[in-house]
Design a protein around this ligand. Structure first.
Ligand SMILES: N[C@@H](CCC(=O)N[C@@H](CS)C(=O)NCC(=O)O)C(=O)O
Length: 286
């Protein structure tokens, strides 16, 4: 698929005339932008994605300096969790991201903060990390390749080759790695985060023991799904946690995957748990 064709993708849904035009400004692998993508899918709102070229980020954003940014009609907002709260205010008749009950709402917001400031930063050690291990270099190249395939205009080959080095120099990624348990070995840090996640899930079926998915589930879901389906090294560790895979499958049942969370050109693996035999993961040809 040519880059021009994936610059803006929409679901072509009916109802855009009655619902204001909604545009999500995103990068394919941004876990924060993907949070908002899932909020919109869960609320069943028609929207389109503008896959920003990271080399022209500030020029192409309607507001702010980071993705996600969301435009609803003539209003724009940044910051993933704040956008979630805003969507509930703007579209109260669509599925709610936050429960009405004050105690449950507080619990959901607390777990969302844990996802945003602890779970997601921990994952950034796979891409930029500290130092250059083979896995980080391969994941850096994979990210550069995906951004090239999905962002308008693409990324020159020389920069794609240098992508692991470029990532290691980005200020916001250094901040993310600082926020993670960077002095603990990566495998151990991942185990701790997955155990903390399971503690938040409790007896389920959704985070915080809720009976329906909430802002917290939709914030955490893409963090586990997209590095896996995108073919990133190390993401397959999720298959060692059948409770998390079962939760991912439950959340997926509430999402209308239009436009898809991952453009088809960025897919390398099937959804976690969809493989009949998880010991032989089928790699999709792209
Ligand atoms: N707290 C923000 C974080 C957003 C964020 O870190 N976005 C990254 C992409 S994952 C970005 O746009 N970085 C580019 C930069 O900071 O120059 C949110 O939750 O939306």
């Amino acid at each position: 698929m040519k880059n021009e064709e994936v610059r803006i993708t929409g679901n072509g849904a009916k109802g855009l005339s009655s619902t204001p035009l909604i545009t999500l400004y995103t990068f394919t692998m941004s876990p924060y932008a993907q949070k908002v993508h899932c909020y919109l899918q869960y609320k069943g709102l028609p929207f389109r994605c503008f896959y920003i070229n990271p080399l022209r980020l500030k020029k192409d954003l309607p507001v702010g300096t980071q993705v996600p940014a969301l435009t609803v009609g003539d209003q724009s907002k940044t910051d993933s969790s704040a956008i979630g709260l805003w969507l509930d205010e703007l579209f109260p008749d669509h599925a709610r991201l936050l429960p009405k009950d004050p105690a449950q709402k507080e619990e959901v917001l607390k777990i969302d903060q844990w996802v945003t400031h602890r779970l997601i930063p921990g994952n950034f050690r796979f891409y930029p990390g500290v130092g250059f291990t083979p896995r980080r270099v391969l994941n850096g190249w994979r990210l550069g390749q995906i951004l090239h395939k999905t962002s308008h205009g693409g990324i020159p080959l020389t920069l794609q080759v240098m992508w692991p080095l470029i990532l290691s120099q980005l200020g916001f990624l250094k901040d993310m790695v600082e926020m993670s348990d960077q002095h603990v070995p990566l495998k151990q840090a991942n185990t701790t985060l997955r155990e903390e996640f399971l503690a938040h899930l409790g007896d389920g079926p959704f985070l915080g023991g809720m009976t329906q998915p909430s802002l917290a589930d939709l914030s955490a879901y893409p963090h586990f799904v997209t590095p896996y389906v995108g073919g990133f090294r190390g993401a397959e560790g999720i298959l060692e946690y059948p409770e998390i895979v079962a939760w991912l499958q439950r959340v997926r049942g509430f999402l209308n995957d239009t436009p898809p969370l991952m453009p088809a050109v960025a897919l390398k693996r099937e959804f976690p748990g969809d493989q009949k035999n998880t010991s032989t993961i089928r790699v999709l040809s792209v």
